[in-house]
Write a protein that binds this ligand. Structure first.
Ligand SMILES: Cc1cc2nc3c(=O)[nH]c(=O)nc-3n(C[C@H](O)[C@H](O)[C@H](O)COP(=O)(O)OP(=O)(O)OC[C@H]3O[C@@H](n4cnc5c(N)ncnc54)[C@H](O)[C@@H]3O)c2cc1C
Length: 376
């Protein structure tokens, strides 16, 4: 049995790891496009479904929440660094009514079975958020959720790939295309060579639709550009700072040791695959960041990263086989939540490639489902 995985972001790397761990002959082919979402992702892990998430994804996300800490512990045991740390998270607001409302909502979610991932929920009085994340204004109050974590997308990918290579994974840095015999997908062409496989997993993020298009299969995935800025705070340690969401603004920031702050991000579905830091994007990120946390005006700007989130037309994950085209599976479409749910999606794809059934109902996630495209 041989499986080929196309795409070395967090989803493909996880699929490759889970296959190699099972002793399956596996090849991972990655083009490492500029704009790989995993390399640009902020790194917030929020292991529970949002209350407004479609009911079909709850089971998927709850299982993903259980999978995460176990996988991170496994990689740590293997000697691989992931940057994963359960630093907790806070949602802040200048307004008591907003914080009260959020507290009630999160408390209710946490009380339900299955939402244990949220951890301890606390209402924070004015000034308390600033004690935990000292750049915040003292006037802000909020809600704290102990179960949130941070992760370094680049490190997790490297860790999964390294751990898989130790178990026999073959890794190719190349652009891949699917190869078929008129009835099914039989393998992959990459770096001028053809590789046969019993099953191919397309985990090519926002680029996934391009791989299937030559076979007349449409996948409802599209790029959503994000620009996100990294700062350094001189002479300050940010080691234990929690992840922060600014309730009213759909805006977030988080910290990485020793003194890095990450703030963003833009959401630009109209930008296509345009890999650039733009004046408007940078202005938006810097204005929001400095408006909320004026101390960042004195921080050093380290870099602005650009990534293409794999958006899904109906906001549901894209996961499973493609009915008219045996031999290929697709795993993508996690949009702004792929660093959180990607490792589990990769694990499920690995099981499907081995002919096993998933523990959840995948019918709503069918990759070739028909989804109306706005404006067409
Ligand atoms: C600014 C920003 C902030 C984010 N913040 C968070 C966050 O805080 N928390 C969270 O949970 N999620 C976050 N996300 C979302 C998350 O990063 C993505 O959902 C996730 O990384 C997607 O992973 P992926 O493996 O599906 O795709 P990608 O990481 O994009 O990987 C796809 C890979 O496939 C390769 N590829 C494509 N075509 C081919 C081909 N033909 N041959 C070979 N290789 C190919 C590409 O080169 C790429 O390496 C953020 C995203 C962005 C952009």
């Amino acid at each position: 049995m041989r499986v080929i995985v196309i795409g070395g972001g967090i989803v493909g790397a996880s699929a490759a790891f889970h296959l190699a761990k099972r002793g399956v002959s596996t090849i991972l082919v990655d083009r490492a496009h500029p704009g790989q979402a995993t390399a640009a992702g902020a790194g917030i892990v929020f292991p529970w479904p949002f209350p407004w998430a479609a009911p079909q994804v709850w089971e998927f996300e709850l299982r993903a929440a259980d999978h995460y800490p176990a996988l991170m512990a496994e990689l740590a045991e293997d000697g691989e660094a992931t940057g994963y740390e359960a630093v907790g998270g806070i949602s802040v607001s200048a307004d008591a009514a907003t914080a009260d409302q959020e507290f009630e909502l999160v408390k209710e979610l946490a009380a339900q079975r299955g939402f244990g991932g949220i951890g301890r929920v606390e209402r924070l009085a004015p000034g308390e958020p600033a004690e935990r994340f000292p750049l915040l204004p003292p006037s802000h109050q909020g809600v704290s959720m102990a179960g949130m974590a941070r992760v370094d997308g680049r490190q997790v990918c490297d860790a999964l790939r390294n751990a898989a290579e130790k178990r026999g994974l073959r890794y190719l840095q190349a652009e891949a295309e699917l190869v078929g015999d008129g009835h099914r997908i039989t393998g992959v062409r990459a770096g001028g060579q053809e590789y046969r496989a019993d099953s191919v997993i397309v985990a090519a993020g926002a680029w996934s639709a391009r791989l299937l298009a030559p076979f007349g299969v449409q996948i409802p995935v599209f790029p959503v550009r994000g620009q996100i800025t990294h700062f350094a705070l001189p002479e300050r340690s940010t080691r234990d700072w929690p992840c922060v969401r600014i309730g009213e603004r759909d805006y977030y920031m988080l910290a990485f040791p020793p003194n890095r702050i990450v703030a963003g991000a833009t959401r630009e579905p109209e930008a296509g695959f345009d890999y650039r830091v733009t004046g408007g994007g940078l202005q938006q990120v810097l204005t929001e960041a400095i408006d909320i946390t004026p101390a960042l005006a004195e921080a050093t700007v380290l870099e602005t990263r650009v990534g293409f989130r794999p958006g899904s037309r109906d906001s549901l994950p894209i996961l499973g086989g493609v009915e008219p085209l045996p031999g290929v599976l697709v795993a993508t479409g996690l949009g702004a939540e792929g660093l959180t749910f990607g490792p589990y999606q990769g694990a499920v794809a690995a099981r499907l490639a081995l002919g096993e059934t998933a523990e959840i109902d995948l019918r709503p996630f069918r990759p070739d489902r028909l989804v109306a495209v706005p404006g067409s």
